[in-house]
Design a protein around this ligand. Structure first.
Ligand code: PHE
Ligand code: ZN
Length: 884
């Protein structure tokens, strides 16, 4: 087999230099082209001889013709960077195979065979972190979406389900712990210093759910008894010193297991559930059957090293991965176009869980903030796609806020329309009907229709149409009747110039101005392009509260009178709507300010109105501090930009900061008092103390803007007195945005205190890269040369460069240097870790929505990336869509 020879090594002269290789256009994969795989692979036996720089893999596949597919005597096995060492059919060497690009094609004469292939891989050279790789001396895998093909040749697609038996052998000292999916069936020692373990997973699964871990790990072990009395052993495996920081993750896991039984009737289905924390990981975590692999960020926490929001993140991600055991593993996806089937649904499940564990309205506000900050911009830009995409070149690019978060909103709307009980009946039907199958979004919708008794004919448009619908709202009053005029428009998106009206469920209430009360919340569903809804019994024009609880993921266009917003901000009994009214008040003011539409007097009176509304929030003792803290958060610069057709990030930053400073000055006494009151609350993890910490730092943010000297003193005092990371990080964030010796001292102290703790050092990088400091870019450039910085660790890359790319004032520096910096990062990172590199592209891809000067500079950088030779499929796809 002529497999070692690669074209570039054929000749030593420079012939290739004047004929640059044609940039390869990776093929487009289309949803409509789906065909079932011609072969079934009911059983897989894998045997691993593990080593950091050399691992040998023997894969034995039992294959048989798939009666439900067109017969094909050739079995097409995906590979990525692999060479077969041996290929056997039914135990006999064969040469009836050939390579087609990276894949292996094998002719099989009969109906069923045993195919055995041996491959060899070098985990230490795997910087993509897909397939089998080394992290901190341990070995681990990541197979979703298409990583298994980097381990062995296989039909690496989610509709091929197999049961796996896995034999692992490795050095007993380097790899004392050997883990895989399912149950440990046997293990033992060999004479040569190696040992072995044999794992069996009884549940058929696609290859993307395969996982293996080998290394020096210790476990926090606990147990959980399921609703039917099955005792499940729970392990969280970490590095030796990290054990004391696993308690919160373990509690979160047990809560998740109980909650899924209670709320969705889902019970765990193995006797063992393992979690492993690794420090090199492309994403948050992965739901491999019985062996979840986690980014350390979503496992390790204690009060000294993790903030309250880190604790929440852990609880949410632990739940998310656990919930995948049903929504993802027991019922998996037919193809990757169906990704939202598991991700949208599982995000909704983890959101509902977190709502139940903590404050429901606060969680809802946070989720909407994420949607607006990340998904709305995606949906209005060149990368917009439906939650069920129609095509892709690289599936890794479709693990997006649209598939995840909008996907969750779409299912949440169904739940809102049918109510909790019928929703539960429908999810029961879905799980029962499709257990053990690779299903589609259409299967889910049909279960919803049958189980909940609702017609979702038109609703399916939410799966096929991209773009955030705009709903225009007008309320008229005449005699005793209030009439609501609604119209909708779904904007054009790439490949979808024309859209049909979608069903938009809007929760609303009409308030009596005098009594401050309403006659009950109602749900109206706008199904047409335009419609009217009349409400009788209003002698006076009522105050309208609409899209309460954010019942539909749309933008509402309405000229709401300022007095109505002030009314709702103070009185709405839906906490989300209250938040929304306050946000609207601020957003509409800032938009006018950015447009230069306000003279001094108008500016002053608008700021005073906002200050009064915020003052009311500060004074309202019916609010808890967690909610108060939420209400104090200003709309982000990204969200403000999103509300404008063409944004000037420089102006947005100026006006938002100026307003914040004005509010800080006008409410200085109130914020100082709030800070004092909150500082008196002793540390604990309960809601009251967490709320106190949240408002404390919010107060500092306003004070530092209005009165930097005072803010600096108070932040420095908070920093020095902190007995927990939330207070310490909050204070350091404020200091990092200011100038002076306190900034330098605090940053140095923080680094020295936590040097060696990678997750906290990540915070140290991120705080500086996301700071308000005018010299942020220079700081980032010098941090890139810091000995602790490396492009090889995704958490570190994100903490420096993702933080920078999402720091509008720094990234959007008028000179264009921020754009160049990120383009340089993309080009440097692409050969190392293309998945992570491609995740930076969307920020540059916003160029069409930015004022012309910056826009041209952004585009220039995209073009520079596009012209680079040998881009990865990941980056190529994102850059070409962004320019297209
Ligand atoms: N499936 C994972 C989750 O959402 C995300 C993931 C995707 C992780 C791809 C790694 C690689 O839970
Ligand atoms: Zn997921």
């Amino acid at each position: 087999m002529d497999i070692a020879r690669t074209p570039s090594t054929i000749d030593g002269n420079n012939q290739l230099a004047d004929a640059p290789p044609e940039p390869k256009d990776p093929p487009v994969i289309r949803r409509e082209d789906y065909k079932p795989f011609p072969w079934l692979v009911p059983q897989v036996e894998l045997s691993f001889d593990l080593g950091i720089s050399k691992t040998t893999v023997q894969a034995k596949l039992s294959v048989e013709r798939n009666p439900a597919a067109n017969a094909d005597p050739v079995i097409h096995l995906n590979g990525d960077g692999l060479q077969p060492l041996t290929v056997l059919i039914d135990g006999e060497p064969t040469d009836s195979w050939h390579m087609e690009d990276a894949d292996l094609l094998l002719s099989l004469p009969g109906e069923s065979h045993e195919v055995t292939i041996t491959t060899e891989i070098d985990p230490s050279a795997n910087t993509q972190l897909m397939g089998l790789y080394a992290s901190d001396g341990m070995l681990c895998t990541q197979c979703e979406a298409e990583g298994f093909r980097r381990i062995t040749f296989f039909p690496d697609r989610p509709d091929v389900l197999s049961t796996y038996r896995v034999h692992m052998t490795g050095d007993a000292e380097a790899f004392p712990v050997l883990l895989c999916n399912g149950n440990l069936e046997a293990s033992g020692a060999n004479d040569d210093g190696t040992h072995w373990a044999e794992w069996h997973d009884p549940w058929p699964k696609p290859s993307y759910l395969f996982a293996l871990v080998a290394g020096q790990l210790v476990a926090n072990t606990d147990s959980f008894t399921t609703m039917n009395g099955r005792k499940v052993t729970l392990n969280i495996y970490v590095r030796d010193g990290d054990l004391p920081r696993t308690g919160h993750a373990m509690e979160s896991l047990k809560k998740s297991m109980r909650w899924d039984e209670k709320v969705f009737g889902r019970e765990y289905d193995l006797d063992l559930f393992n979690i492993v924390a690794v420090s090199d990981f492309n994403m948050g975590a992965m739901e491999n059957k019985g062996l979840n692999v986690f980014n350390t960020k979503y496992v390790l926490a204690d009060e000294d090293t993790a903030t309250d929001s880190d604790f929440d993140g852990i609880e949410g991600v632990i739940a998310h991965e656990y919930f995948h055991n049903w929504s993802g593993n027991r019922v998996t996806c037919r193809d990757w176009f169906q990704l939202s089937l598991k991700e949208g649904f599982t995000v909704l499940r983890d959101q509902l869980f977190s709502q139940d564990m903590g404050s429901e309205p606060v969680k809802r506000i946070e989720d909407v903030r994420v949607l607006r900050g990340a998904q709305f911009p995606e949906d209005s830009g060149p990368l917009a796609h439906p939650i069920r995409p129609d095509s892709y070149r690289e599936i890794s690019n479709f693990y997006t806020a649209t598939v995840y978060n909008k996907g969750a909103e779409v299912i949440r709307m169904m739940r809102t329309m049918v109510g909790e009980e019928r929703f539960r009946a429908a999810t029961d039907l879905y799980f029962d009907t499709h257990d053990g199958e690779a299903a589609t979004c259409e299967d889910f919708i049909r279960a919803m229709e049958q189980g909940a008794g609702i017609d979702l004919g038109q609703f399916r448009l939410w799966y096929s149409q991209a773009g955030t619908p705009k709903v225009t709202v007008r309320l008229e009053h005449d005699g005793e009747t209030a009439t609501l005029h609604l119209s909708q428009e779904v904007p054009a998106t790439p490949g979808q110039p024309e859209k049909q009206p979608m069903p938009i469920p809007l929760k609303l209430a009409l308030f009596d101005r005098e009594t401050g009360k309403h006659h009950g919340e109602q749900l109206v569903t706008l199904t047409k392009a335009q419609d009217n809804f009349s409400f009788a019994g209003f002698a006076q024009p009522p105050v309208l509260s609409i899209n309460r609880g954010f019942s539909a993921p749309v933008t509402i266009q309405r000229d709401t009178p300022v007095e109505d917003l002030v009314f709702l901000a103070a009185k709405d009994d839906d906490p989300f709507a209250r938040y929304e009214a306050l946000q609207d008040l601020i957003v509409s003011h800032l938009k006018q300010a950015v447009d230069g539409a306000l003279d001094l007097a108008a500016m002053q009176s608008a700021r005073e109105a906002i200050a009064r509304a915020l003052g009311a929030v500060l004074a309202d003792d019916t609010l808890d501090d967690l909610m108060r803290g939420e209400l104090l958060v200003l709309p982000s610069e990204t969200y403000l930009a999103e509300t404008m057709l063409i944004a000037d990030p420089g102006r947005i930053h100026e006006e938002r900061q100026a307003m914040r400073a004005a509010l800080g000055t006008m409410l200085e006494a109130e914020f100082v008092a709030l800070h004092q009151r909150a500082s008196a609350v002793p540390f604990s993890l309960d809601a009251e103390a967490r709320g106190a910490r949240k408002v404390k730092t919010q107060a500092l943010i306003y004070l530092a803007a209005g009165n930097p000297e005072l803010g600096k003193q108070m932040a420095w005092a908070q920093y020095q007195g902190a007995d927990n990371m939330t207070d310490r990080q909050g204070a350091l964030m404020v200091l990092t945005g200011l100038t002076g010796i306190e900034r330098t001292d605090a940053l140095m102290d923080f680094y020295n205190r936590y040097q060696g703790n990678a997750l906290v050092v990540d915070k140290w990088f991120a705080l500086q890269a996301s700071s308000m400091h005018p010299a942020c870019m220079a700081h980032v450039e010098s941090l890139a040369k810091h000995p602790d910085f490396t492009l090889k660790n995704p958490n570190r890359v994100r903490s420096l460069y993702m933080a920078f790319a999402y720091n509008p004032h720094a990234f959007h520096a008028a000179s264009g240097e921020g754009y160049k910096l990120i383009a340089d990062v993309i080009l440097a990172l692409d050969p190392i870790n293309p998945q992570t590199a491609a995740r930076f592209v969307p920020q540059l891809g916003r160029w069409r929505r930015i004022e012309p000067g910056r826009s041209a500079l952004m585009k220039e950088q995209l073009e520079r990336i596009a012209s680079a030779p040998e881009l990865s499929r990941d980056t190529y796809e994102q850059v070409s869509r962004s320019l297209g």
